[in-house]
Design a protein around this ligand. Structure first.
Ligand code: GRG
Length: 293
């Protein structure tokens, strides 16, 4: 079975537009603000990961589009809230001014809340999947996006600002903040393809390890891009005194552990009961290894 990334991305974008349509309701500002962030050019990695898993086990991913779109809603909510002045206070996201720069801050906060709520609503109302599948999706999503997942990771991140943390603490922080939602995305694919419990646990682990590799690459890119552009590290992580892989390990060691982490991630795929070609290619596409200078 082939997986066409661009077709899959178009299908996700179309479903997102259907699930959060333009509205003429009294509170239409909420819908237009939400669509501003949702329609901005994100990579759609989390829903794509779900569809790539489904296509590894089945011929069609159509029934998976709404749950996959729900993952993008949760991710977009986290970005909107993360950019707010009370958190990272960022001015740009996905190449555009952040939502709170274009709409009032309270509307940005509420657009994030709306996306978080809507994600669970669209799964609960999805007609293409069974009730047991809905329950499994909601259970894993609430756990991975919640206090012991992404939100917990964000709290660890905030509390580690301006303090020096060690590598195991940084890894724990990122496995929750970034890894948990990617683990949920891979697990969503397993649930939607009705895989065995054993395969499901491999998929979850793959998503988690993929998340760590993705985060290490993101830390590296942040530094290499800002060095190339400004001649110094110039990111909000630096501005907020946050520990990163590069600040703890330095550039060279970070490159080395990125390569090791990518290998560890791909190795999990070799134990799947199906040809892992789509997921191996997805991993290579999604994790950019910055060029050495
Ligand atoms: C506010 C509850 C709450 C959580 C925020 C995920 C997160 C936690 C914050 C986002 C900030 C950040 C830089 C996280 C690291 C993971 C990461 C690189 C996110 C960006 O994901 P991409 O690259 O973004 O997939 P696009 O825009 O392409 O979707």
């Amino acid at each position: 079975m082939d997986f066409n990334l661009e077709n899959a991305r178009c299908s996700i974008n179309k479903r997102l537009t259907e699930l959060v349509p333009a509205s003429e309701a009294l509170y239409k500002t909420l819908f237009s603000a939400t669509r501003y962030s949702l329609n901005a050019p994100g990579k759609r990695l989390r829903p794509l990961l779900t569809l790539a898993v489904v296509n590894t086990f089945a011929d069609s991913f159509d029934h998976a589009l709404t749950p996959a779109a729900a993952l993008e809603m949760i991710h977009t909510y986290s970005l909107i809230h993360d950019d707010l002045p009370c958190m990272d206070n960022d001015d740009f996201r996905r190449g555009l001014p952040t939502l709170h720069k274009v709409y009032p801050e309270a509307i940005a906060l509420l657009a994030g809340d709306f996306l978080l709520t809507r994600a669970f609503e669209v799964i609960a109302n999805c007609e293409e999947i069974s009730s047991p599948q809905k329950l499994q999706l909601i259970t894993i999503l609430s756990s991975c996006a919640g206090g012991d997942g992404m939100i917990g990771g964000q709290v660890l991140d905030i509390e580690s600002e301006k303090t020096e943390i060690d590598l195991p603490t940084l890894e724990c922080l990122h496995s929750k903040k970034t890894g948990a939602l990617l683990a949920a995305s891979a697990a969503f694919g397993g649930i939607l393809a009705n895989v065995s419990n054993e395969t499901q646990s491999l998929l979850y682990d793959y998503g988690l390890q993929f998340g760590l590799a993705f985060q290490i690459a993101d830390d590296l890119l942040d530094v290499t891009h800002s060095m190339a552009k400004h001649g110094r590290a110039h990111s909000s992580d630096v501005a907020n005194n946050k520990s990163t892989y590069v600040s703890i390990l330095g550039l060279e060691k970070t490159r080395t552990i990125l390569h090791k982490q990518i290998e560890k991630t791909k190795k999990i795929l070799l134990d799947l009961p199906k040809n892992p070609k789509i997921l191996l290619e997805f991993t290579d596409m999604a994790i950019t290894i910055p060029a050495q200078d």
